[in-house]
Design a protein around this ligand. Sequence first.
Ligand SMILES: [Zn+2]
Length: 240
Amino acid sequence: MKLVKVKGIVIREVAYKDNDKIITILTDTLGKVSAIAKGAKKTNSQFLASSQYLVYSEFVLYQNTSYYYLNSASVINTFYNLRIDFDKLQIVFEMTKLINSVTDENQDCDKILKLFLNTIYALDKYEKDTKLIINAFKIKLFTVLGFAPRQDKCANCSKSLLDSDNKSVYYDYINNNFICEECCTSVDLKSKIQISIATYNAILFVIRSDFKKIFSFELKSYKDFELFGQVFTDSVLSGL
Ligand SMILES: [Zn+2]
């Protein structure tokens, strides 16, 4: 029986038979895997904590037929403060639902794991606006998956969007690119949303920064940032 040691966080748990659970773990080296935690529902189980949603652990797994099973586990972080904060927990649910929908079993998830851990640490520790955190997470998640919008230049006239006097830019969610203010008077606006230049800068910052830094910015208002996060996410998901 070959044992494999991984670090990972539980992003879904379902009851299985009388006392067992099937947990979905986002791991550092095996990708997203489902594993059976035998006896995890018993109060004296060694897997009682490590098999719960949002608990980050070091797991030792073994494979039997097509399933992984937990052999042992030691908890690294339970994110206790998050799980008792109803509002923050709703955001975490939204994130894990999204991760589950865009990843396949055994798909390499190392970067997504790092992004997710950084995001929930930020949600746990910082008093940042939660709209900043969830939307920065979405933008970075789809950047990691290869869906970042074309940036820098207006998709219509190729002028730099940063050097101009634009107060706003337009995001074209059909073509996943940006259009300058001048061009917007001459092109069809049906599939575009207007966002402030400050928000545009914040989007570029999130796309280009290391995972640890993506929450290190402030905006006077997160309205446009939230709108972009939602529209961008919906348009990428509808094309998947
Ligand atoms: Zn233009």
